[in-house]
Design a protein around this ligand. Structure first.
Ligand code: G6Q
Length: 545
């Protein structure tokens, strides 16, 4: 493991990579495939149900060896072992990082401060299962005795993106007689649109907030209570229409939710790592406890792989190291995540938070400013839609944009020949990005001379392709755990704390000062900079005009 005093960029392993980069930076994927025609057959990994092809990357087997050596030098394995052992690797918050415990098996043992946390995890899972079965079977009714048909999750950030992403991803496994909605934004239209066609008598709100103090969530929760009580009348109805997911029992009780209907989790689960905890309650109502547990088994299978496989065969580590190769050596700023599955429509946003909140850091674990690039900007949308929009820039723009393509061999619903068409696109794009189209090829097509230059594709755009048989709860669990551990690997190499989020904490406080100033009736000037002051004055004028 690197001595904390030795910066990763000062190690021989980093320098070796730098020299290697200079030697191969201009190699074209056309050349790499010509020199090593079996790249596609050898540069891949198969772990659990995921097949990972990394042959269309601007690297050689030597690059992988050097990256593996870097990871070893950075102590990725030791930090991983410390995480699994329940050590407080979230150094600024002095917390363990144990989302892996959320999918542990009943007989596992993971100690935090000498206490095995695994039994508590299973107590909550069992409580969730009982509750979800009651809601799904109709045994749990609303205040007026009607069956619950609508579930609205109220939460934001880590308490929203995961359940929202997974409920959409696994819609085909969900109870189709029920409606699932997600309210996150403090913009009142979010709540309005989510509830405008719902009957309060049939609606259950899950207030999901680790702290139970987040402005957006608490505002939406109060609005939800008013909305429900406007029809149901009696305060006693709250107990039948509101449950909470939180670590803060005192605030839950203060809100008026019976803490018997509170589902807990722990400070060692970060928000963006929490949808497989009770934060996934809405998902569990949707797909049922068995499918939820199957998803946890998928997470667990990837955890076991991450925990035991050597770096060179460790899928999350290799995925993370390839990201480092582009981020720190090629200077790529972003990563596009492109799932060829409409069910994964929210996956890019979910990975965006996972990666950018975890690794968007500029001080190292000892508090020194880092002098190397850290987390990439993550973005994307499902294919094939993006192909008709921003792929233009990926193919022919001036920027290097590594892409992760994700697809499935079997559709969840067979609709004509759509799956083959979808998959043809999934395969065609990485091929075109890698190999492009030369001037000679364009000319041979008889393209008019004035268009030739514009129709040349340089190629050499790197991609990973992840393919699985089918999008099931288990496979979704594997996929999410893969990226969680990829993020871990990168954070470990960069020597940053991937598990705090002080930037988010600041955001939670900033607006609080401005709220009273917006509605001030006097002409007093708020004490901000001249730009903010002018905007506040304009808003005051416009809001009442
Ligand atoms: C996640 C972040 C953040 C958090 C939200 C909601 O890792 O910390 O996205 O999940 O700010 O916080 P609460 O769950 O406390 O409402």
């Amino acid at each position: 493991m690197t001595d904390p005093a030795t910066r990763i960029v000062d190690t021989p392993e980093w320098r070796a990579l730098k020299a290697h980069f200079e030697a191969i930076r201009d190699l074209h994927l056309r050349m790499l495939f010509a020199e090593q025609p079996n790249r596609g057959e050898t540069m891949n990994l198969e772990v659990c149900d995921l097949y990972f092809d990394y042959s269309k990357n601007r690297l050689t087997p030597e690059t992988i060896d050097l990256l593996v050596a870097l990871a070893r030098r950075a102590g990725v394995e030791q930090l991983r072992d410390a995480m699994f052992a329940g050590e407080k690797i979230n150094v600024t918050e002095q917390r363990a990082v144990l989302h892996v415990a959320l999918r542990s098996e009943t007989n596992d043992e993971i100690l935090v401060d000498g206490v095995n946390v695994v039994p508590e995890v299973h107590v909550v899972l069992n409580k969730m299962s009982v509750f979800c079965n009651r809601v799904r079977s109709g045994a749990w009714t609303g205040y007026t005795g009607k069956r619950i048909r609508n579930v609205v999750n109220v939460g934001i950030g880590g308490s929203d993106l995961g359940p929202r992403m997974a409920t959409t991803a696994l819609a085909d496994f969900s109870d189709r007689s029920m409606t699932f909605r997600f309210v996150s934004n403090v913009d009142g239209t979010d709540f309005f649109e989510a509830t405008r066609d719902l009957d309060p008598e049939e609606t259950l709100f899950i207030i999901a907030s680790k702290t139970f103090t987040t402005l957006e969530t608490m505002t939406n929760a109060r609005t939800a209570r008013d909305w429900a009580l406007a029809k149901l009348g009696d305060e006693a109805a709250v107990a039948k229409h509101f449950v909470a997911v939180s670590t803060n029992a005192a605030e839950v009780a203060k809100f008026g939710i019976d803490t018997a209907n509170m589902f807990g989790f722990w400070d060692w689960v970060g928000g963006r790592y929490s949808y497989d905890s009770a934060i996934g309650l809405s998902l569990m109502v949707a797909i049922g406890p068995d499918a939820f547990r199957d998803m946890l088994a998928g997470f667990h299978a990837m955890d076991e792989h991450f925990k035991t496989a050597p770096i060179e065969a460790n899928l999350p580590m290799i995925l993370g190291l390839i990201g480092i190769w582009y981020n720190n050596f090629f200077g790529a700023e972003t990563l596009a995540v492109l799932p060829y599955s409409q069910y994964l429509a929210h996956l890019p946003a979910y990975f965006q938070q996972l990666e950018m909140e975890s690794n968007g850091k500029s001080v190292d674990r000892e508090g020194n400013r880092v002098e190397w690039q850290t987390g990439a900007i993550v973005w994307g949308q499902p294919g094939t839609n993006g192909q008709h929009a921003y792929y233009q820039l990926i193919h022919q723009g001036t920027k290097l944009i590594p892409c992760d393509f994700i697809g499935f061999a079997q559709p969840n619903e067979v609709v004509g020949d759509h799956q083959d068409l979808l998959t043809a696109n999934l395969l065609a794009q990485p091929e075109a990005l890698a190999f492009g189209k030369t001037r000679e090829e364009v000319e041979a097509e008889g393209v008019p001379a004035h268009q030739v230059a514009a129709r040349v594709f340089e190629g050499n755009h790197p991609t990973n392709t992840i393919m699985a048989t089918k999008l099931t709860p288990n496979v979704l669990g594997q996929l999410i755990a893969l990226y969680e551990h990829k993020v871990f690997t990168q954070g470990a190499v960069w020597n940053i704390n991937s598990f705090d989020q002080w930037g988010v904490e600041l955001g939670k406080k900033l607006a609080q000062n401005i709220v009273p100033e917006l509605s001030a009736v006097d002409e007093s000037l708020p004490a901000h900079d001249s730009s903010t002051n002018t905007l506040i004055r304009r808003y005051r004028r416009l809001r009442s005009s």
